[in-house]
Design a protein around this ligand. Structure first.
Ligand SMILES: [Zn+2]
Length: 330
């Protein structure tokens, strides 16, 4: 009796040790499962390139998103465990242009010699961060110098990385991903090309919808949580006023808040946009002060886990963005 009880206890102990070890593995190691066998294993950094890789790769790829769902990606950095995924991957897709300033370092330390790395935004005519900020006004004013002095508009890089907010550039990123997949897995080249053709059609339809929908509001202002909409504004003739800069790394000081509130009055702006992954407190304060409403607008930097689980994708979020933009002018 005593003996069997001890055996029972040691059995329980062994089980809990195994359970603990398995739990440890599950929480630390974010890898590709057995269902990725025979597929091209892709690690994509942020939601847009994750979504594009899934769209082009379809049944022939297994795609993991490196930055966890629901995370605001500008300040995120990978841990050693995140990097383990890259050791078993075939393709690493990052959007680039400064969105993932750690990407080069990570690639330098990966042991996986067969890993192909793709900067999906390569070849796109990028906007400089100061050009993005200067879009805010037609006339020169004093605050540019302040921003230059403290350097906060620049320290993440020189360019606006949010290329995907122009459907034309999203198309270019999908094209780059298709080329990379074809180079890795030529056998399925026709399949990737077919998916790319469909995606291109969707991008063109989205572009037309934006062009038509926003045409009546050309030259209009939008107040956004951070200056992510440079490419969208350039494409469709809008102007953005960002509560935070291109890399969303600094809340506005009192003077900047006042400046935004004054502009809201001056330009007759009716709505302040917030982002779902960022605390809307500052947007709400500005809206309260200026006497206007708030609405969500997604830069697609990241999506919540609920949205991803519900099947939200680049196109459905962009359609919602278009509706929100149009209604902000009404
Ligand atoms: Zn951003």
């Amino acid at each position: 009796m005593k003996f069997s009880l001890r055996r029972l206890f040691s059995g329980v102990l062994a089980v809990s040790l195994i359970g603990g070890a398995a739990g440890l593995l599950c929480s630390c190691r974010r890898g590709f499962g057995a269902d990725a066998e025979g597929k091209v294993k892709v690690v994509a950094t942020i939601f847009p390139v994750y979504d594009f890789a899934k769209r082009i790769g379809g049944d022939h790829v297994s795609v993991k998103m490196l930055i966890p769902a629901g995370t605001e990606p500008h300040e995120w950095e990978p841990s050693t465990n995140d990097m383990l995924m890259l050791e078993e991957a075939d393709l690493f897709v990052y959007s680039g242009a400064g969105m993932e300033p750690w990407a080069e370092d990570v690639l330098g330390s990966v042991q996986n010699k067969d890993l192909v790395a793709l900067e999906a935004s390569k070849g796109i005519a990028l906007l400089k961060t100061e050009e993005v900020h200067d879009m805010e006004d037609d006339h020169e004013d004093d605050h540019e110098d302040e921003h230059d002095e403290d350097g906060h508009e620049h320290h993440h890089g020189m360019y606006d990385p949010h290329v995907w907010l122009s459907p034309k550039h999203a198309e270019a990123e999908m094209e780059a991903i298709a080329e990379a997949l074809i180079a890795i897995d030529e056998e399925n080249a026709d399949y990737y090309r077919k998916n790319l053709e469909e995606a291109k059609k969707s991008c063109e339809e989205l572009d037309s919808a934006f062009r038509e929908g926003l045409k009546p509001y050309e030259g209009g202002y939008i107040v956004v949580a951070h200056e992510a909409y440079g490419y969208l504004c350039r494409e469709y003739g809008l102007k953005q006023i960002g509560i935070e800069g291109v890399s969303a790394d600094q809340e506005p000081d009192a003077a900047r808040m006042r400046e935004i509130i004054d502009k809201v009055g001056e330009y007759g702006i009716k709505c302040i946009f917030f982002e779902e992954l960022v605390d809307p407190k500052v947007a709400q304060t500005i809206a309260d002060e200026a006497g206007c409403r708030t609405m969500a607008l997604s830069p697609l930097d990241g999506l919540s886990k609920d949205d991803i689980d519900a099947g939200r994708d680049y196109f459905s979020v962009m359609q919602d963005n278009l509706k929100a933009l149009v209604s902000s002018f009404e």
